[in-house]
Design a protein around this ligand. Structure first.
Ligand SMILES: Nc1ncnc2c1ncn2[C@@H]1O[C@H](COP(=O)(O)OP(=O)(O)OP(=O)(O)O)[C@@H](O)[C@H]1O
Length: 251
């Protein structure tokens, strides 16, 4: 199977502080690969290295077979069109309507008419379970779950081959969280996309992932199938699962 992402010996220091240390993993085409770990363990930093926002201090990150840190700005720009990023907290533009948020890339970068962009936005919104009723709304008029869906619709607007979801279920109630899980699975099935998910939500991680990476203080503790992780004998993984699931049950 094709490797969509390959991370080799990735280390990252920021302001002299070691954030990531010797991370190695690959993500295969069509796979849902989830990164879990405590706050500040480096999950988002890995995704920033994958999209080329941060340059590794050591090691290499290849996306679609290209070393992300040797690309020209033009090449990086073109490669990013194939990567959809669903931001933590959705990061919608408050002053833009839903269709303008979803069609932002096309409004900014193409000569397509507003009518065409609105139609394209509607197609993407339908894929995430929304319809024309939301096109003219502003983000402030949406529920948390709808904002996440709009954020996902924006991320898939350019038909990316890889989607990175940063905390897609954070701040959502359990029922809406499971809907977002189903959406991630259905987008993979409908569009064949490869997904990297950063999550605190263990129920989500174990429901949707093909493989899970557990991080601690910027280091990999374990990578494996959900079953491998659930049956792990590594004390940190056992403790992480115990506290993660107990926290959910106590909500
Ligand atoms: N711009 C930055 N400059 C310096 N340090 C940073 C910067 N951004 C993040 N860090 C540090 O890098 C470490 C990893 O942060 P990161 O956001 O990758 O963790 P995370 O696992 O995604 O956390 P969370 O689950 O809380 O979002 C943290 O200690 C954080 O303080």
């Amino acid at each position: 199977m094709n490797k969509v992402v390959q991370v080799e010996n990735l280390s990252l220091s920021l302001n002299g502080r070691e954030i990531l240390k010797d991370i190695n993993f690959e993500v295969l085409q069509g796979e849902i690969f989830t990164i879990v770990g405590g706050s500040g363990s480096g999950k988002t930093s890995i995704t920033k290295c994958i999209v080329g926002l941060w340059k590794p201090t050591e090691g290499k990150v290849e996306v679609f077979g290209k070393d992300i840190n040797t690309l020209s700005i033009k090449e990086l720009d073109s490669l990013r069109k194939d990567i959809g990023y669903v931001f933590q907290g959705s990061a919608l533009f408050d002053s833009l309507k839903v269709w303008e948020n979803v069609g932002f890339y096309y409004l900014e970068r193409t000569n397509m008419s507003q009518k065409e962009i609105r139609q394209l936005a509607l197609e993407k919104l339908r894929l995430v379970g929304l319809d024309e009723d939301v096109l003219e709304l502003y983000p402030s008029e949406l529920s948390g779950g709808m904002k996440k869906r709009v954020g996902i619709a924006r991320a898939i607007a350019t038909d990316p081959k890889l989607i990175i979801y940063d905390e897609p279920t954070s701040g959502l109630d359990p029922i809406t969280s499971r809907m977002i899980d189903d959406l991630i699975l259905s987008l993979r099935d409908k569009m064949g996309t490869t997904s990297i998910v950063v999550s605190h939500d263990l129920i989500s991680a174990f429901s949707i992932s093909d493989r899970i990476m557990v991080l601690k203080d910027g280091r990999t503790v374990q990578i494996g199938s959900p079953q491998d992780i659930l049956s792990s004998e590594i004390p940190f993984v056992k403790e992480f699962l115990r506290s993660g699931f107990t926290h959910r049950i106590n909500l």
